[in-house]
Write a new protein. Structure first.
Length: 404
């Protein structure tokens, strides 16, 4: 099933003027259905709702945003086709991508057509050479999140820990493995096993007993919430929840995990760059307002993935707005790219969705620094919600092991 939502298709006449409002195109494609749709559904809703808001508030004066949201079902060929069709029909000024595999496949083409791109995927390889000029990660990479958790284990929980990596069977899941292995060597930790687990892991008894037999003390997840929730529930059923501590990167946690795992999520540690719904941040306040205004469900409202989609759209809209201001009303791939790499220092962008380690700065891009909100926190599931247990920080160790 293919879903297409078009926002702002009809250009409006500005009041008091015969001049017609111009249209600028923005494209998002991702897994609204299929594997990882528990991330893609809320993420796409966040993109859609922020675009509606931007048009209603006329955030880009003189322009209406034609925001196209497409379901690629987490299938790389569909993603490729959607992107190529957009280039042929109504070339977007900026592309909001999604899955790791699809983004790695599109990377050379993105470079060729010079398309500024903000993906949902936080695979560090997307901003490593070659073909990395036009891709920007909104928040810290998966690898930095996992390495930061390993640092946290070493500092706060256990020296020389025995760790298992349990990852999604995809480029998304495997993105963290090499960096985690390098970090373990530096920290004196042992990566006992790397296991791939997908959405059909309805009984994880054999997996957990095998890891327990190898004296695994910590499981680090790079996955989405569904498979992690199943493992947490099975660990509790087997009495291993107190013996093996579990934690994971950004798409494993949040309210989605608590909804799916219930009290089995208690004590789970989560690395995330985003504010929670309980915090008084401008982006979170806007998220609550828009979810109510556009009739989103409680599950969508509470999802960090909804926050993530809004942040990606907010960066895109701000870049287009700045491009129009700086280049005399010209919004295209080149001017949007220049606007993105100018988002730094006193010109940093502060939409209030993600934490920062720098006072007054949230999204901070340059030509060579292609990660926006570099800060992350470790949060713990306590009493049915995730609570920050660290201040925002960046992983010093990740910067040492980023490149071999």
């Amino acid at each position: 099933m293919k879903r297409v939502l078009m926002l702002g298709m009809v250009a409006a006449l500005s009041l008091g003027s015969a001049q017609q409002t111009k249209t600028v195109n923005l494209l998002w494609s991702g897994a609204i259905t299929g594997p990882t749709s528990d991330v893609g559904g809320p993420y796409g809703a966040g993109v859609e709702d922020y675009c509606k808001y931007a048009n209603e508030q006329k955030l880009i004066p003189g322009f209406t945003i034609n925001c196209t949201v497409r379901d690629d079902q987490y299938q790389n060929p569909i993603t490729q086709r959607i992107f190529e069709e957009a280039l042929d029909r109504a070339k977007p000024a900026i592309y909001l991508g999604y899955g790791t595999g699809a983004m790695l496949q599109l990377k050379p083409l993105i470079q060729e057509v010079k398309m500024p791109t903000i993906p949902a995927s936080a695979h560090i390889g997307l901003i490593e050479p070659p073909n990395n000029t036009y891709i920007f990660l909104p928040v810290s990479s998966y690898s930095e999140q996992i390495v930061a958790l390993m640092e946290y284990i070493n500092r706060e929980l256990k020296k020389n820990a025995r760790i298992a990596l349990v990852v999604n069977p995809s480029p998304f899941g495997r993105a963290v493995v090499d960096h985690a292995k390098r970090a373990a060597q530096r920290l004196g930790q042992t990566i006992v096993a790397v296991q791939e687990v997908g959405a059909n892991n309805l009984d994880n008894t054999a997996l957990l007993r095998n890891l327990d037999s190898q004296n695994v003390e910590f499981i680090l997840h790079q996955n989405v919430a569904g498979p992690v929730a199943n493992i947490l529930k099975d660990a509790k059923r087997l009495g291993l929840d107190k013996k093996i501590r579990q934690m994971g990167a950004v798409y494993t946690g949040g309210s989605d995990l608590i909804r799916l795992a219930g009290d089995a999520a208690e004590g789970y540690l989560w690395a995330s760059s985003y504010y929670t719904l309980d915090e008084n941040a401008p982006g979170i306040t806007l998220q609550k307002q828009l979810a109510q205004k556009y009739g989103r469900s409680t599950d969508i409202l509470n999802s960090t993935n909804y926050t993530a989609g809004m942040l990606a759209a907010a960066i895109a809209v701000e870049a287009m707005k700045r491009a129009a201001q700086r280049f005399n009303g010209r919004i295209d791939n080149e001017t949007v790219y220049q606007a993105i790499i100018g988002m730094n220092g006193p010109n940093a962008f502060k939409p209030g969705f993600a934490v920062s380690t720098k006072s007054g700065i949230e999204i901070d891009f340059t030509k060579s620094e292609q990660t926006g909100a570099e800060g992350l926190r470790v949060l713990e599931a306590k009493g049915g919600k995730f609570v920050p247990i660290t201040e925002p920080f960046t992983s010093a160790l990740f910067r040492q092991v980023r490149n071999p």
